[in-house]
Design a protein around this ligand. Sequence first.
Ligand code: SF4
Ligand code: SF4
Length: 155
Amino acid sequence: MGMQAFLQKVLLLELWQGMWVTLKNQFRPHITVEYPRETVEFAPRFRGVPRLRKDPQTGEELCISCLLCEAICPTECISIVAEKRPDGKGKQLVSFTINYERCCFCGLCVDPCPTKPITAIYMSHDYEFAGYDRDAYVATREELVDGKPVKIYTR
Ligand code: SF4
Ligand code: SF4
């Protein structure tokens, strides 16, 4: 063992170097986000869970029950039940659920949605759904429109 390696071992130089790095950074501003107490601002294209929306002008439901989003979803987490309208023109929703537990946030369900000028289904910025109950991950039609209530655990 050379003299330098011997001194390094005896004086625990590497340990003190490591301690020095820790000490130096103690007094610098934090560069990490202290989630969940702090959050970052998302880019407009951030993809949270998919949700449904109404026509902003009329307040009417936009979804026309075409089932395209259900058909394209690779994880089969969308379930739609539709029936014929009483006037015989097209279909209307009976139920629309998305199982967020299976959703992989791919956004494919939005691409074929035919409603204009905005799609009935869209990728929201909602993402905070940690919980203990598996059933809580299934979003109903109303929750898809209004947003699923978020349980705050630590803030
Ligand atoms: S984002 Fe992807 S996985 Fe989630 S509901 Fe849409 S198509 Fe399915
Ligand atoms: S693709 Fe759009 S209009 Fe068709 S069922 Fe899905 S949300 Fe409704």
